[in-house]
Design a protein around this ligand. Structure first.
Ligand SMILES: Cc1cc2nc3c(=O)[nH]c(=O)nc-3n(C[C@H](O)[C@H](O)[C@H](O)COP(=O)(O)O)c2cc1C
Ligand code: SF4
Length: 481
């Protein structure tokens, strides 16, 4: 994972925690009622993939337990991990692309309702992503996968395709870079990855025709499973964020100018909105900045957010970065991972950082975006996340009007009782996240996600369940009040 060269070690906040009475009077623990969104407090657990679904994308007991554990802290809202909208194999990622997934998803809803006493609102993040393949072995790629073209023939000579392939195999990487085109060389070095701009592929060209219906059907299933709403995944490296990105140069009216890049995400939102009942919440997660060369800026994001708000979205949750374009080159046999480059760092910054540090990197952009949304006459709640771990940090942001809701992702993983402890005036008992990204390292390897602060604690306690490696407990220990 890329890290800033400055290597400045930051400290988590050590400010005093509020007493229970102060917490009760705080903005953070006050009701939020804006449009369809009604939260008991302004705390939010953003989506985090824990790699606990089956290979078929079905909910397991481990998935249910994971969400039950978050719900025990009773945050204002939990967003269930990125869940695939299509009915295609995607490894152990949750799926919602067919009605057969509804009963499993219902189990999450029931567990969260039960553990939070009905106080936590539950949303599910619904995602579409394009195909990606592992980085191939060099010889295999050049012998089997690369399509031989006239350009190759002209560059290296040779009678037959076999002869051309043999000559390519004998070349150094530097020589190959001159012979292969940019995409072919990338496929070799990073693995094949579809893009929204691959207009020669009918299924990519047709995304504007297919995706609104696919998302709408997924949202209908989410409602049938009992969720309070959906979060459309318009962030990071995935299909919808790629449509919004300034790198989207499609020439079919869905790329280029930002009005065009917005079209499919907006049409999808409208399709979803009409597919669900009136009280069902529909919001999105989007990027405040792409954080890559040539990508969308805060200005673009402010424009998109204002348009989403005008169209009637119920919330806008802001993340940043997390792109494929600047991700580290994967090893042979591994797939490129979008959180390994500088933009990935922006998404999940660590304690060893640059001058800006890991806390609140997204605050200034979020504030600018919120101002534009308000200037458009919309009260749409804005969720900000990134390094939030202390009550004072969250309360100050709300007091200064820089966000409406505070997202705690890794901090909630480190201590799911954060919310309850802070509310009860027992903030000193909170286990503060180390922002080491141990959890993210597991995520990257598609291993069951746990936290270094608790996965080796009380291993002998009754009922402890272990990750497949047999070494780590799967859930944070219970808070002994
Ligand atoms: C293990 C892990 C899995 C994540 N999975 C998702 C996801 O499914 N969808 C998403 O939008 N963000 C995902 N994120 C990003 C978080 O939601 C959040 O934006 C990021 O961690 C920064 O917030 P934090 O500093 O509070 O952790 C994930 C983060 C982690 C650590
Ligand atoms: S593993 Fe590290 S970064 Fe992840 S939640 Fe735990 S303490 Fe925080």
């Amino acid at each position: 994972m890329w890290k800033p060269p400055q290597r400045i070690r930051h400290q988590t906040l050590t400010a005093p925690w509020p007493a229970a009475e102060e917490a009760a009077q705080s903005r953070l623990f006050s009701l939020l009622e804006i449009g369809r969104l009604s939260l008991r407090e302004r705390t939010w657990v953003p989506a985090m993939v824990p790699w606990r679904a089956t290979e078929e994308g079905e909910v397991t007991d481990d998935v249910v337990d994971w969400y039950r554990r978050f719900a025990e802290g009773r945050p204002g809202a939990i967003v269930v991990e990125a869940t695939g909208v299509r009915d295609v194999p995607s490894g152990p990622l949750l799926r919602i692309g067919h009605d057969r997934f509804i009963p499993g998803l219902k189990r999450i809803v029931e567990a969260v309702r039960d553990a939070s006493g009905g106080e936590t609102r539950l949303f599910i993040q619904i995602i579409d992503f394009l195909a990606i393949r592992r980085r191939p072995e060099r010889e295999k790629y050049l012998r089997r996968f690369l399509g031989i073209t006239d350009a190759h023939r002209d560059a290296v000579g040779g009678e037959s395709d076999e002869e051309i392939r043999a000559r390519l195999i004998d070349m150094s990487d530097d020589e190959l870079r001159d012979v292969l085109d940019e995409r072919e060389f990338e496929n070799l070095m990073r693995g094949f990855r579809e893009r929204v701009t691959d207009m020669d592929q009918p299924h990519i060209r047709d995304l504007p025709k297919t995706l609104p219906g696919i998302f709408a059907a997924a949202a209908r299933r989410a409602e049938a499973a009992g969720f309070d709403g959906v979060e459309l995944h318009y962030a990071h490296a995935y299909t919808m964020a790629s449509f919004l990105s300034a790198l989207n140069a499609r020439d079919d009216g869905y790329g280029g100018a930002r009005e065009n890049r917005l079209r499919l995400p907006l049409e999808t939102f409208r399709a979803v909105r009409t597919a669900v009942s009136d009280g069902f919440v529909v919001g999105c997660r989007m990027l405040s900045e792409d954080c890559i060369h040539g990508g969308s800026t805060v200005d673009d994001a402010a424009f998109f957010a204002a348009e989403f708000a005008r169209a009637g979205m119920d919330f806008i949750s802001l993340s940043r970065g997390g792109k494929f374009e600047d991700a580290l080159v994967p090893k042979v046999g591994e797939a490129i991972y979008p959180y390994t480059g500088p933009s990935g760092y922006e998404c999940m910054p660590q304690i060893i950082s640059d001058e800006a540090g890991p806390f609140g990197r997204n605050v200034t952009p979020a504030e600018a975006i919120m101002k534009t949304v308000r200037a458009a006459g919309c009260e749409t709640p804005i969720v900000v996340a990134g390094g939030m771990h202390h009550f004072m940090q969250a309360e100050t942001l709300l007091a200064e009007g820089k966000a409406d809701i505070i997202g705690f992702a890794r901090q909630a993983l480190a201590d799911p009782d954060w919310f309850e402890k802070a509310r009860l005036g027992r903030g000193d008992e909170i286990n503060i996240c180390k922002y080491s990204n141990y959890c993210e390292g597991l995520d990257q390897k598609h291993k069951m996600v746990t936290c270094q602060l608790w996965d080796r604690a009380d291993l002998d306690a009754p009922g402890v369940k272990f990750a497949p490696d047999g070494k780590r407990r799967t859930l944070a220990p219970r808070w002994a009040r």
